[in-house]
Design a protein around this ligand. Sequence first.
Ligand SMILES: [Zn+2]
Length: 77
Amino acid sequence: MNITRYAWCFSHGVFHTFPEGDTPWCTATWIAFTATTRIDALAAKHAAYGDAQFLHDLPADKQIEVIGIAEARTGQL
Ligand SMILES: [Zn+2]
């Protein structure tokens, strides 16, 4: 069974999908959501970050949160 990770990328302004187990090809600022469908992932993204498409669409505190999550992930690689 293929498991896909959905990740909203605030650098590219789109959803990325990464096959589970693969190293994500995008190393920019993205947040992964646990969801089984793209629609679920979009709903989760909307609940957490609203309509923001790019990093600068977020309020300052959310920008810091998102950058922190992305940096923590990069540090693990
Ligand atoms: Zn990206």
